[in-house]
Structures are given as structure tokens and as C-alpha cells.
Design a protein around this ligand. Structure first.
Ligand code: GLN
Length: 492
């Protein structure tokens, strides 16, 4: 079997169930591809070959014994932000380059319980702060579609491994777009669930009121399989919701596109900096959905201008608080020969954190400091509520809201955008996190340089099934999600 990496998750589950191939064969196949191809893509921070083969053998034995679940023996890659017992978890930072977690994140534990085989941990922007994956201490990951371009971020490694066929699917996290934007840049499907749908336990925290984990894969169907594993209440995360979980795979045809009301926010399509090709591809995809029976409804989202300033106060404020734990004392990087305690704190943090992380800690600390707290942090919280209300009002007249996932396609590596330019690139994704809503990216074509373009659909709370279903039906009627980067073709 030379083309195991071409199979969808459903085909993998069927192949394993029908003994067409074993988990060991499948896992070895992926490990070989990683060895051959990843030197070019640089998506893995850690490859856990030995453990993966042991898990694969255990999966095969379980299947022999009749105890296999649907996904038993299917390989996966985890973003290096999920704690993995006994395996390094770096969050892309020098600060955690030596960190081995004593426990598994709930998402990782659920994956193990479902029989998934962990191929390794993949690259990301440092502490998930960024949109290019270039801020990783371990260097930039390449976009499989064009190796001199970024895969997006912060879950850039997760997107690159799937787009280069170095894992069949991957976990990501999304605080302000980090699943949807890299999925968009790499031509993948990626779902950011409702806040509280997936446990955050054991995920290295960035901004706790915004962080949420989700699946990244080739198709809505592949994502649905992973959502079935990831979703659910967890007593270890008090913000996870004790609410029944859908069977996302069974529901893939559950929502009718006929009669679906898709809101088109006026403000979103007049954003300065929206690339003409991105706009055209997104509009074509909406036309296609219209042909399939959906109704396009123009809506107002009046708070659009407030998204970037609000997010870039709240996210850094929470980050400055979350990252205060890295003090050089308990775990993580410690500077050499500190003079005294203050020197230990100062140098461990300034040597251990990269520039973007330090910038956010400074902004966040400032916004939270006495005297500025009301003017910045409290005000941002109030605006956050207005942004949420804006969405809720829109959902009174539409079922889902359409937008690009990003105003542009992938940037060149080293494009060196100013922080403000980079933050403006998050315009279409961050409001969803501020409101806690679910949203999905689906590939809908390419720009003039053959770089993928993504459509984002935003749903009301707990509408993950609906989003996956709509995208699934779109993908039954189109073939953008089946296109592969040359690097995935060449090395087949
Ligand atoms: N690009 C955004 C930021 O830098 C979002 C990152 C994320 O979702 N983790 O904060």
C-alpha cells in the first residue's frame, strides 16, 4: 500500500475494520512520510515514533480481540499546546523547551481512549500568539502549497501536517482564529467549537475566556470524526458545558441547505485590505450555496470596527495573567546563575519568552494596572458584550453568518508585518471568540498564486452539527477539499 495517506478518515476506519491494512502498517507509512517530507515542511516539533508504534500494536491487538472502536488505530498529530504525559510540550516556546507534563490534556486522554495513535507534536506560534507560526522558538513551519509562505497560525503545524499528508487529521486551538485561519491558508476544513464544548484541561493557557480546541482535517466529515472524540463535558474544566454531545458523523446530512438563511454582513465585505481574489472566491462559494437552495440575506454587524481593539486588550490581559506562572522557579526555563530572586524572575522571563509574547505581556499588564483597568480592560469587556449582542440579534433572522476566514491568502515567510498589520488580519475571526460562538473554515478555491482561500461560516451557540453538515453538503457538491498541494502529490 503506497497511498494510505490519501485515504479519508472514513476510509481509514473501513480499511482497519476490514483488515485491509493494520494500524502498524498505517503508522509506519506515516512515520516514513514524515521522515521523507518533513525536513521541507518543518511541521513536527517532536515525532513520537516509538510510542506511536507501540500504540499501533496495542490498537491492532485490541481489534483482534474484538474490542476496537471506530477510530482505533487511526493516527493523529497534536498541536504542541496539549499536555502529553511523558512527552515534551513546548507551546512553541524556549520557556517550555524542557517541559514534560506529568499528565495528559483531556483531549489527548480522550484520543487515547478512542484508540488514536499519536504521531507527534506539531509546531505553533509561541504560546499561540500569532498568525504565521513564525514566532515559534523552533523556527517557521512552511505552507505545503508554497514552501516560501507561512501556513498561518497559531495552529500552523496542525494545518501543515494535514496539507502535506503527514497526518490524517490534527488537533488545534483557536483563541482568535488559530484553527480557522491556518485551515484557510492551507486549504483545509477546521472547526472552532462553541466555548465550553471541548475541555481546556491540560491546554497551555493563552486567554482562558477565549481559548477553545477543535479539529483540523481535509473535510467536514473528517472533522466530524475527531469532534466525536474531542467534545464533551469535563469535570476538570469548570467552563466546559454539561450538555449532551451530538453524534457529528451521524448528523452530517442532518441540516438541509435548502431554505438555509445565510447572513452576509455588509461591513465584512467592505473591509479595507480584503484581497480581491479572496472576496471573489468567497462570493462564488456563496453563489454555489445559493444554487443548492440557501437564501443569502444581507445583515448588519455594526460592531465590526471594535473587534480588533477589543480582542487586543482582552487577549493580552488574560495572557499577562496566565503567563505570570512562568517565573523560572517551578518549571520551565531558568536563567544561568541568577544574582538574586528578582534577577531570576527578570532574566528567566526575558530570556525565555520571545518578542511577541513579551509585547502581549506588556500590553496586558498595562491594561490591567490600577488606573488603567477601568479605562481599558473594563471598557473592553463592555464592548465585548455589545459584540455578542450584535451576533445574537443577527441570528434572529439568519441561521448562519458567512465571512472570509482571513482578508488575504498566506503571507510570505519573513514578510515581517508590523504588529498592527498582523492584528488587522484577525478581523474576521476574533469576534467569534469574543462572543464564544462556533465557526468553521472550508476551502473554496485558490487565488492567482494558487494559494488556498477559505470561507468561514459562523453559527449560533452549540450549532457544530449544523456547521459541519452545511460544509459537508457543500463538499459533496464541489471538490475544493480534495485538491492537494504538490508536495503531497510528489511524494505519494
Ligand atoms: N492571531 C491571533 C492572536 O495572535 C489568534 C491566535 C489564536 O487564536 N491563538 O492572538
Amino acid at each position: 500500500m503506497t497511498d494510505l495517506h490519501r485515504l479519508s478518515i472514513r476510509e481509514l476506519t473501513e480499511g482497519l475494520a476490514n483488515a485491509k491494512f493494520s494500524s502498524r502498517e498505517l503508522t509506519e507509512h506515516y512515520l516514513k512520510r514524515i521522515e521523507k517530507v518533513d525536513a521541507q515542511v518543518k511541521s513536527y516539533v517532536t515525532v513520537t515514533a516509538e510510542q506511536a508504534l507501540a500504540q499501533a500494536d496495542a490498537a491492532d491487538a485490541l481489534r483482534q480481540a474484538g474490542g476496537a472502536g471506530v477510530l482505533t488505530g487511526v493516527p493523529i498529530a497534536h498541536k504542541d499546546i496539549f499536555c502529553t504525559q511523558g512527552i515534551k510540550t513546548t507551546a512553541g516556546s524556549k520557556m517550555l523547551d524542557n517541559f514534560i507534563s506529568p499528565y495528559d490534556a483531556t483531549v489527548v486522554a480522550k484520543g487515547k481512549a478512542a484508540g488514536l495513535v499519536t504521531l507527534g507534536k506539531v509546531n505553533m506560534d509561541e504560546f499561540a500568539m500569532g498568525s504565521t507560526s513564525e514566532s515559534s522558538y523552533f523556527g517557521a513551519t512552511k505552507n505545503p502549497w508554497a514552501l516560501d509562505h507561512v501556513p498561518g497560525g497559531s495552529s500552523g503545524g496542525s494545518a501543515a501536517v494535514v496539507a502535506a499528508d503527514l497526518a490524517p487529521f490534527a488537533t488545534g486551538t483557536d483563541t482568535g482564529g488559530s484553527i480557522r485561519q491556518p485551515a484557510s491558508f492551507c486549504g483545509l476544513t477546521g472547526l472552532k467549537p462553541t466555548y465550553g464544548r471541548v475541555s481546556r484541561y491540560g491546554i497551555i493557557a493563552y486567554a482562558s475566556s477565549l481559548d477553545q480546541a477543535g479539529p483540523m482535517a481535509r473535510s467536514a466529515e473528517d472533522c466530524a470524526y475527531l469532534m466525536n472524540v474531542m467534545a464533551g463535558h469535563d469535570a476538570k474544566d469548570s467552563t466546559s458545558m454539561d450538555k449532551d454531545v451530538d453524534d457529528y458523523v451521524a448528523n452530517l446530512n442532518g441540516t438541509s441547505v435548502k431554505g438555509l438563511r445565510i447572513g452576509i454582513p455588509k461591513q465584512y465585505f467592505n473591509v479595507e485590505g480584503l484581497d480581491a481574489d479572496v472576496k471573489a472566491r468567497v462570493e462564488e462559494s456563496l453563489k454555489k450555496l445559493e444554487e443548492m437552495g440557501a437564501t443569502l440575506v444581507e445583515i448588519d454587524l455594526n460592531m465590526t470596527e471594535a473587534y480588533v481593539p477589543t480582542y487586543y486588550l482582552i487577549a493580552p490581559a488574560e495572557a499577562s495573567s496566565n503567563l505570570s506562572r512562568y517565573d523560572g522557579v517551578r518549571y520551565g526555563y531558568r536563567c544561568e546563575e541568577p544574582k538574586d530572586l528578582l534577577d531570576l524572575y527578570k532574566r528567566s522571563r526575558s530570556e525565555g519568552f520571545g518578542a511577541e509574547v513579551q509585547r502581549r505581556i506588556l500590553i496586558g499588564t498595562y491594561a490591567l494596572s490600577a488606573g488603567y483597568y477601568d479605562a481599558y480592560y473594563v471598557k473592553a469587556q463592555k464592548v465585548r458584550r455589545l459584540i455578542q449582542q450584535d451576533f445574537l440579534k443577527a441570528f434572529e433572522s439568519v441561521d448562519v453568518i458567512a465571512a472570509p476566514s482571513a482578508p488575504t491568502t498566506a503571507y510570505r515567510i519573513g514578510a515581517n508585518l508590523s504588529p498592527v498589520e498582523m492584528y488587522l488580519g484577525d478581523i474576521y475571526t476574533i469576534a467569534v471568540n469574543l462572543a464564544g460562538l462556533p465557526a468553521i473554515n472550508a476551502p473554496v478555491g485558490f487565488d492567482k498564486d494558487n494559494l488556498p482561500v477559505g470561507l468561514q461560516l459562523i453559527g449560533n451557540y452549540w450549532s457544530e452539527s449544523q456547521l459541519l453538515s452545511v460544509v459537508h453538503q457543500y463538499q459533496q457538491a464541489t471538490d475544493w477539499h480534495t485538491k492537494r498541494a504538490a508536495i503531497a502529490e510528489e511524494n505519494a
